[in-house]
Design a protein around this ligand. Structure first.
Ligand code: NAD
Length: 320
């Protein structure tokens, strides 16, 4: 059985991915790489955890040897909105961190490295509707710049060293277990919490803002399906578009209102509006569908129902 290290394991995606992989590979075979020396809760209870800082290549190599890791999933990143507040930190974690991961993986002959990319690789000059796999990559954020460079770097390691490096361009990810970590699509999570708690939400992008989005179960499925795909059948490696749904902030609010009719929503766009405006409305993910069978399960209403159910259950538990 392969042994996996998930770096950035306490984050929005890493936390759920680590638990899902432990269900598949067994708890002991999936190490949670965290920034702290200690954690509590399911991540700590269901398998090993270890402090991992991607900017520390020596420390990373020690962890990989200690647990005899075969597969690295690098979820460590500084996201779009946080990155605009501290571009140097975004560069350091996303670029220096990534090259450390790739170099240490090369030296230790790691079997597979998976590095997510993002729709943030696209920019204002990219066609916004049904954005193709191969298109203009001129992002307007430091986060997007690191993601474009990250895709190219991963592809370079495939070509130059024959390594197995894979990645996919996640759209905005919506989930209810771990709060998002400073991205431009965070409003699509916040609205559910505020709708349940206060029946009121002030959205930081305007009503017409339309972006590609994905519910966490599909995010986990896409990641694991790509991990398991036959490498020899992949014609792309680190830059797969993956789509699931696409909706405007107004359509999201309308979907939530179907289940919480009293919800009041207003729109006060801030600096994140310009970032959202530079990203696509929807993506063409046919290469992912053709090369590794990608197929999402959730649409907007199915996601809304599940998010509200889960957040209400969480709220009930917290009240007890
Ligand atoms: P997140 O911010 O929730 O989690 C990132 C994790 O990285 C955090 O736990 C943080 O502690 C950790 N981290 C930060 N600096 C680190 C360092 N130096 N060393 C090790 N760990 C460090 O992010 P996420 O939403 O879980 O994103 C995971 C990946 O998916 C990232 O590559 C991100 O760019 C990509 N992505 C996410 C979304 C989304 O909507 N969540 C969309 C597109 C792409």
């Amino acid at each position: 059985m392969s042994k996996i290290l998930v770096i950035g394991s306490a984050g929005q995606i890493g936390s759920e991915l680590t638990l899902k992989l432990r269900e598949i590979y067994g708890g002991d075979n999936v190490v949670a790489g965290i920034r702290k020396t200690s954690i509590s809760g399911p991540l700590a209870e269901t398998g090993p955890f270890n402090e991992v800082d991607v900017t520390d290549a020596k420390g990373l190599a020690i962890t990989l040897k200690k647990y005899r890791i075969d597969i690295i999933i690098n979820m460590a990143a500084i996201l779009s909105a946080t990155g605009e507040k501290d571009p140097m930190m975004a560069w350091n974690v996303n670029m220096n961190g990534l090259i450390n991961v790739l170099e240490v993986a090369r030296e230790l002959k790691i079997q597979q490295v998976l590095v997510p990319s993002s729709i943030a690789v696209f920019g204002p000059s990219t066609p916004a509707e049904n954005t193709p796999q191969e298109t203009v990559l001129k992002p307007a954020t430091i986060y997007g710049i690191t993601k474009v460079a990250g895709e190219l770097l991963g592809d370079y390691y495939v070509k130059k060293y024959g390594m197995d490096v894979r990645g996919l361009r996640y759209p905005g990810i919506i989930s209810h277990e771990t709060l998002p970590g400073g991205g431009t699509t965070d409003y699509a999570v916040e609205i559910f919490y505020e709708a349940v708690k206060n029946k009121k939400y002030t959205c930081f992008v305007n009503e017409a803002t339309r972006l590609p989005m994905m519910y966490m179960p599909d995010c986990l499925k896409s990641t694991i399906d790509l991990m398991h795909a036959d490498f020899n059948k992949l014609r792309h490696h680190c830059d797969f578009n993956v789509g699931a749904m696409s909706f405007s902030a107004g359509e999201l609010a309308a979907s939530v209102k179907k289940y919480i009719p009293g919800l009041e929503i207003d729109y006060q766009p801030d600096y994140r509006q310009a970032i959202a405006d530079s990203w696509p409305n929807s993506v063409d993910d046919s290469p992912a569908r053709e090369q590794w069978g990608w197929q999402p399960d959730y649409d907007l209403d199915a996601m809304t129902r599940d998010m509200l159910r889960a957040i209400r259950a969480k709220q009930k538990k917290e009240l007890i």
